[in-house]
Design a protein around this ligand. Structure first.
Ligand code: NAP
Ligand code: MG
Length: 400
């Protein structure tokens, strides 16, 4: 075997389910192991092993990501009643991604992979727009109350250690309606800002943060103030040195400018805004199979994965002996992201160069007309025929 690149420290490897698991094995065998002396701490998050370990394996894997600083995860089944019957499960465990996110206290960054020949719906976009979504609080942890008829609605704060109560009137209602009370925590907002600046410095991207502090002076005002404070006190120097800028905008203004922009920035979004904008950007950018996702913990540890699921429908066809055309590009980029991060932490330029080459080989294959079915439908010009996953991975390997 030819010279293989040495990898100093391990990556936490989290295996998964169904078609994504089939592709995972294939990517390792054809695109990684021939080139790198791959070192991983392997955790099998396949549904049967989560069941066998009482979901302990998920917690162990999350701790490994925190300890090693880098993880890479395959898509996993989130169990529900249908999956319980399908796999004869005794227990229904929570979504592994939810468990890992809670343990890492992380922010999720979603980044589209742009491939030549696959044009985004918004013609001005030349570079990807990354969404950093604050995945905590606001509407997602709100208290809501239907109001049957006229009456007063108040907000009351009772200090835990005693002391004066605070009370304000929300409204004196003249008729029935609805009311919602939501909150966020200073510490969570600060960690959100930290994760965004860390990610942006790593990727050399300008940071936009947007809210509506002209209307919500105290609530959105707090977000704006804490974001600016974290920037000024913890990141400004590093950002200046790395050429990373920070700006605040009103959310409606940011949305209008985003559509006219060339892309190539990180848009830090509040929870609800991020929910809406990440799906908008995903669909405007192309295929679900071309979206990567990185979970960044405030400690700096990062978990990389594809944003898509286990591709269940393709898996059932594979079980019947067919060779489906599932696109492995987001999985390949999850690995290249993790290897590049490992290289950065270990100061390993040869490994960093390989991660780059791996991405380029996948994109070059698409540019030269070798692609899976999902992209063939979007490509201009369309290729004469599309490849199945095995043929596509061979086409990438050939270009490596
Ligand atoms: P999915 O796996 O993302 O697939 C939905 C559909 O999108 C597929 O049937 C396929 O469409 C297309 N697709 C997705 N990835 C593709 C790829 N790489 N190449 C080509 N086409 C692709 O979502 P799902 O079927 O709703 O969910 C399946 C399982 O995944 C569920 O058990 C869910 O819990 C889990 N899930 C896990 C994660 C995660 O671990 N991060 C995320 C989401 C969902 P066509 O069939 O039309 O070709
Ligand atoms: Mg959504």
């Amino acid at each position: 075997m030819a010279h293989r690149i040495h990898q100093k420290n391990p990556i936490a490897e989290l295996d998964g389910d169904e078609m994504a698991r089939v592709l995972w094995e294939l990517v390792k065998e054809k695109l990684l192991l021939p080139f790198v002396e791959l070192k991983t701490e392997y955790y099998d998050l396949g549904i049967m092993n989560r069941e066998a370990t009482g979901d302990g394996v998920t917690v162990k894997a999350a701790r490994a990501i925190q300890r090693l600083g880098v993880g890479v995860k395959c898509a996993t089944i989130t169990s529900n009643a249908a999956r319980q019957a399908e796999y004869s499960l005794k227990n229904l465990f929570p979504s592994p991604n939810g468990t890992i996110r809670a343990l890492l206290d992380g922010t999720v960054f979603r980044k589209p992979i742009t491939a030549p020949r696959v044009k985004p719906s918004v013609v001005t976009w030349k570079k990807p727009i990354v969404i950093g979504r604050h995945a905590y609080g606001d509407q997602y942890k709100a208290a809501e109350l239907p109001i049957p008829g006229p009456g007063r609605v108040e907000l009351v704060y009772t200090p835990a250690g005693g002391g004066a109560e605070q009370r304000i009137t929300v409204a004196d209602l003249e008729g029935g309606g609805v009311v919602q009370g939501m909150y966020n925590l200073d510490e969570s907002i600060k960690n959100f800002a930290r994760s965004c600046f860390r990610y942006a410095i790593g990727e050399k991207l300008p940071v936009w943060f947007a809210a509506k502090d002209t209307v919500s002076k105290i609530y959105d005002g707090r977000f704006k103030e804490l974001f600016a404070r974290i920037y000024e006190t913890e990141f400004k120097e590093l950002c200046d040195a790395e050429g990373v800028s920070y700006s605040y905008a009103l959310i409606d203004d940011a949305a209008a400018r985003m559509i006219k922009s060339e892309g190539g920035f990180l848009w830090a979004c509040r929870n609800y805004d991020g929910d809406v904008m990440s799906d908008l950007i995903a669909s405007a950018s192309g295929s679900v199979a071309m979206m990567t996702s990185a979970l960044v913990s405030p400690s700096g540890a990062v978990e990389y994965e594809a944003a898509h699921g286990t591709i269940q429908r393709h898996y059932y066809r594979w079980q019947k002996g067919e060779k489906p055309s599932s696109n492995p590009i987001a999985l390949i980029f999850a690995w290249s992201g993790a290897l590049a991060k490992r290289a950065e932490l270990d100061a390993a330029p040869e490994l960093a160069a390989f991660a780059k080459k791996l991405e380029q080989a996948a994109l070059r294959a698409v540019a030269e007309g070798d692609m899976t079915g999902d992209l063939a439908g979007l490509a201009e010009p369309a290729p004469e025929r599309f490849l199945n996953s095995w043929e596509f991975i061979d086409a990438v390997a050939k270009r490596l």
